[in-house]
Ligand binder design. Structure first.
Ligand SMILES: Nc1nc2c(c(=O)[nH]1)N[C@H]1C(S)=C(S)[C@@H](COP(=O)(O)O)O[C@H]1N2
Ligand SMILES: [Mo]
Length: 198
């Protein structure tokens, strides 16, 4: 089997890894709005659309046949817990670039999840090398409560940007604040700048 690339998220190399106002936990709390969608792999698909030349809908098998990576990162939740030393396995967001041909007017990415949930981020931050569509956490498939079968992980921003149960990726020229961003959370969410609420 081919050796998977491991990407070390740069924030894990800081001397002090705990952002201001955060405290450590060894547990992994479950947080989200609404009930847990149970998405079957056989029915799951990811729609990649918006400012692209060739829109795509990938089923689970097609999606998971893309090259896999490992990412080592910390988690910082805006409610103040941080969980260090997480290993994620999945598909790098960079894989989408070769698939759909993203148009140069693209400035933001809207991440869509089951039940109408969305979150927004600048396109350059979506394509940071440590951002991935995670299938596994610490060697085990991500459970439904933590966003399986596929969740996004954006290590450098507060964890609400790491959408669970993702179903679509939209490239756009215009920013569209997502679910939590419209409910008073910061539009960007850098934990090192304490961009918590707006
Ligand atoms: N689809 C979806 N994803 C979501 C959320 C949500 O409400 N819906 N909440 C976010 C928030 S606020 C947090 S803190 C993390 C929590 O992830 P966890 O339950 O795996 O710890 O998921 C994020 N992703
Ligand atoms: Mo959160």
């Amino acid at each position: 089997m081919k050796e998977k690339t491991t990407i070390i998220s740069s924030d894990t190399e800081r001397k002090d890894r705990i952002p201001p106002g955060q405290h450590l936990t060894d547990k992994w709390p479950v947080l989200h709005y609404g009930s847990i969608p149970r998405l079957e792999k056989s029915k799951w698909s990811l729609k990649v659309f918006g400012l692209v030349n060739n829109e795509k809908i990938l089923n689970y098998e097609e999606f998971t046949s893309l090259a896999a990576v490992l990412v080592f990162s910390d988690i910082h939740c805006v409610t103040s817990w941080s969980r260090l030393n997480n290993t994620w396995e999945g598909i790098s967001t960079g894989e989408l670039k070769t698939l759909v041909n993203i148009l140069p007017e693209t400035r933001f990415v809207i991440v869509h999840a089951a039940g109408g949930f969305t979150t927004n981020l600048p396109v350059n931050e979506f394509f940071e090398p440590d951002v991935l569509f995670a299938l596994k956490h610490n060697g085990e498939y991500i459970s439904a409560e933590h966003g399986g079968p596929v969740r996004l992980v954006v290590p450098k921003l507060y964890f609400w940007k790491s959408a669970k149960w993702i179903t679509g990726i939209e490239f756009t020229g215009k920013d569209k604040p997502g679910f939590w961003e419209s409910a008073g959370y910061h539009n960007h969410g850098d934990p090192w700048k304490e961009e918590r609420y707006s």
